[in-house]
Design a protein around this ligand. Structure first.
Ligand code: FMN
Length: 166
């Protein structure tokens, strides 16, 4: 799993997803994408954030704990907050740099629900490939741990259905 999370919501989703996948015998590694220079608050009026997200569609990035070797994995789950109607700039950059990536699943977190078809189009423009599965999880769901677990379980069930992984 590769994710960016500025205020902790996406990180929560990734943690629960990791737990659920591990309990179903998947081997999961988690990598964080970070901008070289983290965006400072207040985020909604951060000019560099807005510029990178809308116009530049990316930013310089680094990885923790290390750069993932994506070829080692059967499936790559990419998780990102929605910023200004699109994916966060660090994740846009990640997708642009990994245009050859196959088997991508995208999870986008946001306040309002967002059409997954729209997220799919954004991903396709950035990396040239349509994700196998796209899910949108709202902050209200993420704040409710029981609801989040239920939603993540649904995503995992869908993931099994689309990938054929048993
Ligand atoms: C700069 C900025 C722009 C955002 N734009 C949107 C948006 O267009 N639509 C939406 O539903 N939520 C938007 N949000 C809310 C985030 O997508 C949401 O809170 C997300 O869960 C945050 O993830 P994180 O805590 O992992 O950073 C925005 C948040 C920020 C900071």
């Amino acid at each position: 799993m590769v994710y960016y999370s500025r205020t902790g919501y996406t990180k929560r989703v990734v943690n629960v997803l990791k737990q659920v996948l591990a309990s179903e015998d998947f081997t999961v590694d988690v990598y964080v994408v970070l901008p070289m220079r983290e965006y400072s608050k207040p985020l909604h009026v951060n000019f560099r954030l807005i510029y990178d997200t809308i116009f530049k569609k990316g930013t310089s990035i680094k990885f923790e704990p290390s750069k993932p070797k994506l070829g080692d994995y059967d499936l790559v789950v990419v998780a990102s907050p929605i910023w200004i109607g699109t994916l966060s700039s660090p994740i846009q950059e990640f997708l642009k740099r990994h245009a050859t990536m196959r088997s991508v699943v995208v999870i986008a977190t946001s306040v309002r629900s967002m059409e997954t078809a729209k997220i799919e189009r954004i991903v396709e423009k950035l990396c040239g490939a349509k994700p196998m599965l796209c899910a949108n999880i709202r902050d209200a769901t993420i704040r409710d741990s029981a609801k989040l677990k239920e939603t993540v379980q649904e995503v995992v069930n869908e993931l099994r259905a689309v990938t054929g992984i048993r």
